[in-house]
Design a protein around this ligand. Sequence first.
Ligand code: SF4
Length: 350
Amino acid sequence: MAEASGAQGRTPLLEVKNLKKHFPIRKGILSRVSGHVYAVDGVSFQIGHGETLGLVGESGCGKSTVGKAVLKLIDPTAGEVYLKGKKISDLGQLEIRPYRRDMQVIFQDPYSSLNPRMSAGEIVGEPMYNYGLAFGKEKEEKTRQLFARVGLRAEHMLKYPHEFSGGQRQRLGIARALAVNPSLIIGDEPVSALDVSVQAQVINLMMDLQQEFKLSYLFVAHDLAVVEHISHRVAVMYLGKIVEMTDKRTLFTSPQHPYTEALLSAVPIPSPKMKRKRIILTGDVPSPIRPPPGCRFHTRCPYVMDHCKVAEPPMQEVEPGHLVACHLRQPGQALAAAAASNPALTAPAH
Ligand code: SF4
């Protein structure tokens, strides 16, 4: 499959090839496997050094599972993951430990991942100790510097997770991730649970830290407006597959997949003079246990053709660095033009 990268001519920081995660469904007293949840079903992408890739889609599309499988918090069913050119997907839990240091995660709800019995200072200092990076006074000084860098005060080091607000806890989660000098941070809906004003503060902090520490981010989110702000490139997921991937500007001004087009039509434009034609998708997202044949989006696509119901569209590079999986799309042809010129199309629903 074609792949787009922000790291042309250089080994990407992270490369994911045809990643799959199928969860078995077990039934009966013998726990026989009666089927699978096809949560991630052949996902490929690259992330360059210092780059942010936004991974968006509706809840249940598999985007959070991608992050967990990359980190090997869950074992992938198939596929390959390379970090700085080194294949890490085959490594066991012990062998992968040094690479884990280089890949940190920030969760949507940091509270559940913070030990309630440890003070904030201990929480941030612990990974430095575990990886042998700093001890004693040096660890304390580094912790103090990290607290200052993420906007927490030195006295916060003595507090416990329950004494922090949601935004402060997320800053604490960021400080803990930074404590081991990672190259890549996977943010799993890191601002979804925060108020809008706090969201903006945390995102701006993440962008500043990216510059300062030359970080790369895989930013998993369902909110396109948030993704637009922080990402360099964006990948759109639907039912376990990436359907479109390109640079942020192209995606937001010229989406080429009908699903991306529908998602974007729901994003408000911050100008009373400009309006977007809203595309309302009908029908529910199909179950990942029985994904539809052909194009997985065909049950909801306003442009569906008979061909879409039987043949899966390949991912094609329609313009340099712009990948789309849709039968309507041909290199150099815009979605609206393709739709207008195809007599087999049904009228879009509005
Ligand atoms: Fe719609 Fe067909 Fe394109 Fe799928 S392949 S998005 S059903 S037009």
